[in-house]
Write a protein that binds this ligand. Sequence first.
Ligand code: AMP
Ligand code: DBH
Length: 574
Amino acid sequence: MTAPDELANPYPPEVARRYREAGYWTGQSFPDLLAGAVAAHGERPAVVGTGPWGPQRWTYAELDRRARVLAGGFAERGVAAGDRVVVWLPNVPEYLEVVWGLFLLGALPVFALPAHRESEVRYFAEHADAVAVVTVARHDRHDHAATALRVADDVAPVRDVVVVARDEDVPAGGVGLTRLREAAPREPAAPDPSRVAFLQLSGGTTGLPKLIPRTHDDYLYSVRASAEICGLTPGSVFLAVLPAAHNFTMSSPGLLGVTHAGGCSVLAPSPDADTCFGLIAAEGVTIAAVVPPLAAAWVAAREAQRSRAESTAAERADRDLSSLATLQVGGAKCGSELAARIGPALGARLQQVFGMAEGLVNYTRADDPDDVVLHTQGRPISPDDELRVVDPDDPDEREVPRGEVGALLTRGPYTIRGYFRAAEHNATAFTADGFYRTGDLVALTGRGDVVVSGRVKEQINRGGEKVAAEEVENHLMAHPGVLDAALVGVPDAFLGERTHAWVVARPGVETPAPAALRRFVRDRGVAAFKVPDRVQVVDAFPVTGVGKTSRRALRAALAAHLAEESTVEEEPPR
Ligand code: AMP
Ligand code: DBH
């Protein structure tokens, strides 16, 4: 289905050679990573979590045994090395069994978020020519399995929907995980480490999300280096709070970094403070990764607990967070005020993380001065990460003086050179010499730390969940009563930004109500975080005198207008 060279190493050969010579690309594959952990730490705990079969606690040897069986199970279902399989799972331990099963088989996971819905899952399956979708029965009041089965009906290459559920909960047409677990274990494949290992997802800026091809070599370099920067050891216990498939949770240093170090991954079934504080206390969690709104919620919960004097000894033990050495905050900007409250409230050292699924990840370091940790988003992983901060209005993209704000371009040993099957988009997303245009506005400090100050890309960062303005506008414009739509971000005290849709009604038809338009977008089967927080129907876009009404200028004008308005009128987030 895929031309063989489509998944080949996308870096120019001389660049690949340089990254190998520098020791970044070592030829390690995903199966090698697991084999290394099993050899060195086989009897140590690898995974803790709760799924359809109740609480699970697996050593590396047990995880490996399970993954080999699933590799055999997928093979029996006709999945072959190089095939793509959409993995659409919440934070259950079986997530790791499935993902490692696919890696050991040499198949390529295509990661979807649990919050995604039919429109996104269908797109991933189609765009990647996936042969199977793996999901759960129900999650978050949504029937994931039923949705996946509809996708399988319509998208020709999808032969199987594998349902991670007890047999009695597997709907007709689905294949229960127990079926795959009956297979004979399979010897791990030996994939070419220079080739693409999986497709990661991006928040996207255009009408359709993009798939990100990451090779074994480039990704595992970032994982090993991240584990080292974050000081992971076999004693590290990582709490996966955000979705396991999110690039932050997976690799910064995340689930894979912990595997490299021989530590333990604890999967949180829900990100709320009660659940997570309980897990931190019970499992001795040493490091957790969250987005700013979650960090704020945890801080507030802790401050509230402290002020309640009547807590019993048992309650106090249940909330003992003393093991938590590091709280990583990233995905969206962690403001200085929140940053300053984290240490005192949670007793953990803050680490800011500014990363992207396309590659580049920046960390503040454990030995950085407080000033750097509180006020910057850190510095890159690699000495060979190239960061150019350029004038966004300059067609020649000349660099701005150090310290000034500009658009960030980056290139390096773990940053992609192009999205998967997106030639047209790649032409604008990358420079001719291979820099990725991140769309972020940043300044570099004298020491080379990055301070994120905004963005040029048409994307709204809703508490770390990325919303592509154009994608939502397209959904709105599919409504017969809508002539035009523009989605903008509005400042929000909790989320950083929330979404506001301006809609121009189509003349001559009944003007749709805002609530009906929100429902319309939701019913089109998109992730809930993409449903506009507020919809406002107007006769025409309130912009004149902008010169040309490019959509970008329009959005900027609307955003400015709304920012003014929102200082007067505050709406609680959904
Ligand atoms: P994605 O490309 O979907 O993986 O999202 C990556 C984007 O998230 C980055 O380009 C930034 O816009 C945003 N982001 C991630 N971490 C941070 C951070 N610590 N501060 C500000 N923005 C961030
Ligand atoms: O937002 C992100 O995509 C992100 C944030 C922190 C990321 O991909 C990462 C770390 O690796």
